[in-house]
Design a protein around this ligand. Structure first.
Ligand code: H79
Length: 434
C-alpha cells in the first residue's frame, strides 16, 4: 500500500467503524477493522447458507403469453420487455397459500445451512414485505395479504438461523428513476437520486428496523452507483444495525466481504472473506422449464471445494407462486444435510487448504488447529499428500474414528485406506498434526 493510502486507511479506522478498510492487498501494512472482525465471525463459521428468490416472476415461471422466455426466471420482465402496467397485474394473482415459513426454515436447518437470504425486492421492484413506502408490495397489492418476511424472520429466530435480506438497490424496473427499465421510461429523463431518496433508502431502512437483527444485507448489481450512494447504503446499515454485514456488491469495495460472480467458484484459495451465490439448476427465480438440476455429488463437491478455498456457499432455491420449494431442490438439500451431519466437522469453522493450487488435486483439504481434513470424492487404496512440514501423529476416518496406517517422509505423506469407501459420495480422512 502506498504511504498516502495507508494514512487514509488508518484515519478511517480510527475515526469510526463505518467502512471496511481492510483491503490491503500488498500486505505490508494491514489495517484491521476490529468492528468488522467481530461482526464477520459468525459468517466465517457458517460456510453454508440458503438463498431464496421469490417474487411475482414465480407466476409466469419463465413463460409469457405462451412463449418460453430464455434466460433467468426472475429476469422475465426485462427479457420480454413487459410494460410495468402489465407486470403489476400479476400481483392480483399472487396468493401462495401453501407458503409455510417454518417448513422453509426447517429445510434450511436440516440441510445444515446456517443463514438464509431472501429477496425483499428484486430488480422487478416488487416488495415482498409490508412496505409503507409504496403500495407495490405483497401486503397491499396481493390477495395473500400476509408479510412472509415477518413470518420467516420469526421462524429463523426460533430455529437459530441468521435471517438476511437481498435488496436490489440500483436496478428497479418499476420505478421511473431507477436503473434498468428503458422500455417504459426514457433513460435520459431519469433522476437516480430521486429514486434513491424516495424508495431505496426508505425501504432499506424499513428492512433494518422491522424484522429484528439481520445477519447481512445482500445488495446486487451495483452497476454505475456513485461512491456516495454506496457509502450511504453502508452507513444506513451501520447506523441501524452495527452487527449486520454488508456484501461486496453494494459497490466501490465498501462491503464487509467479497462477493464472487454468480456461480463462479475461484480456481484457488482466496485470502479474503468471500462468498459465492449459486443455483441448484440454472435459474434463481422459479422457472417451470428449468430441470437442469445439479447432482448432489456436485453440490457436496462445490461446498467442500469452496470451504477449502476460504469461502461460503450461498445456495439458491426458487419457490413456486404457491409457496412450494421444488422437490428436486428439497431432495438435494436434505442429502447435503445428511452428509453434513456426519462430516460437518470438516466444514463449519474450517480453514483454507495448505495444498496449492487447490485445483491441482482430486481431493480437497480443510483445516482446524492440529487437524487436516482431506475429503475424497473418488475412493482409492492409498491417499498421497504433498510434503507436510509438521509431524503427522495419527490418521483416521472422520465417520467412525477408524485408525489408518500412514508413512510420512520429507517429500510426502501416504495414507493406507480401507478397501471400501465409508461414504458413497465423499469420505473424510483426518490427519492429526503437531
Ligand atoms: O439475483 C440473481 C440474478 O437475477 C442477479 N444476481 C443473482 C444473485 C443478476 N443480476 N444480473 N445478473 C444476474 C446478470 C444478468 C445478466 C443477464 Fe442480461 C440478464 C443476461 C441476460 C439477461 C443484462 C441484460 C445483461 C444482458 C442483458
Amino acid at each position: 500500500m502506498k504511504r498516502r493510502e495507508t494514512i487514509k486507511a488508518l484515519v478511517w479506522a480510527s475515526l469510526a467503524t463505518t467502512v471496511n478498510v481492510q483491503r490491503a492487498r500488498g500486505g505490508e501494512q494491514k489495517v484491521v477493522d476490529e468492528a468488522r472482525e467481530r461482526r464477520i465471525k459468525w459468517f466465517r463459521e457458517a460456510k453454508f447458507g440458503m438463498f431464496i428468490h421469490w417474487g411475482l416472476y414465480a407466476i409466469p415461471a419463465g413463460i409469457w403469453k405462451g412463449k418460453e422466455i430464455p434466460g433467468l426466471g426472475e429476469w422475465i420482465m426485462f427479457r420480454a420487455r413487459i410494460p410495468v402496467k402489465e407486470y403489476a397485474q400479476l400481483a392480483k394473482q399472487f396468493n401462495p397459500t401453501k407458503f409455510n415459513a417454518d417448513e422453509w426454515v426447517q429445510l434450511a436447518k436440516e440441510a445444515g445451512q446456517r443463514y438464509l437470504v431472501i429477496t425483499a425486492k428484486h430488480h422487478d421492484g416488487f416488495a415482498m414485505y409490508d412496505s409503507k413506502v409504496t403500495d407495490y408490495d405483497i401486503v397491499d397489492a396481493t390477495p395473500f395479504g400476509r408479510d412472509p418476511m415477518k413470518e420467516l424472520s420469526e421462524a429463523c429466530r426460533k430455529h437459530g438461523i441468521r435471517f438476511c435480506f437481498y435488496y436490489s438497490h440500483v436496478q428497479d424496473w418499476h420505478h421511473p428513476d431507477a436503473v434498468g427499465n428503458d422500455w417504459d421510461y426514457d433513460p435520459s429523463q431519469k433522476n437516480f437520486a430521486r429514486y434513491w431518496e424516495e424508495k431505496a433508502k426508505p425501504q432499506i431502512r424499513e428492512l433494518l428496523t422491522q424484522y429484528g437483527p439481520l445477519g447481512l444485507m445482500w445488495f446486487d448489481t451495483p452497476r454505475n452507483i456513485s461512491y456516495e450512494h454506496a457509502l450511504e447504503a453502508v452507513q444506513l446499515v451501520r447506523s441501524l444495525q452495527p452487527d449486520c454485514l454488508v456484501n461486496g456488491r453494494v459497490g466501490h469495495n465498501l462491503g464487509d466481504y467479497r462477493e464472487m460472480g454468480d456461480n463462479r467458484i475461484p480456481e484457488d484459495v482466496v485470502e479474503e472473506d468471500w462468498e459465492v451465490p449459486a443455483t441448484i439448476n440454472d435459474t434463481w427465480g422459479y422457472k417451470v422449464t428449468d430441470n437442469n438440476w445439479k447432482p448432489v455429488e456436485r453440490l457436496i463437491f462445490n461446498l467442500v471445494d469452496i470451504v477449502s478455498k476460504g469461502g461460503n456457499y450461498l445456495l439458491n432455491v426458487g419457490p413456486t407462486a404457491e409457496g412450494i420449494i421444488p422437490e428436486p431442490s428439497v431432495e438435494r438439500l436434505l442429502a447435503m444435510g445428511r452428509w453434513l451431519k456426519v462430516n460437518g466437522e470438516a466444514i463449519y469453522g474450517a480453514g483454507r487448504s495448505p495444498f496449492r493450487p487447490v485445483n491441482k488435486y482430486p481431493w480437497r483439504c480443510t483445516t482446524k488447529p492440529g487437524k487436516l481434513f482431506v475429503t475424497l470424492f473418488q475412493w482409492t487404496d492409498t491417499l498421497e499428500l504433498p510434503s507436510i512440514p509438521q509431524q503427522v501423529t495419527r490418521a483416521h476416518l472422520l465417520v467412525d474414528g477408524t485408525s489408518l496406517k500412514f508413512n510420512q517422509t520429507p517429500e510426502k505423506v501416504v495414507v493406507r485406506l480401507p478397501s471400501s469407501a465409508p461414504d458413497p459420495i465423499a469420505s473424510v480422512v483426518v490427519l492429526e498434526i503437531e
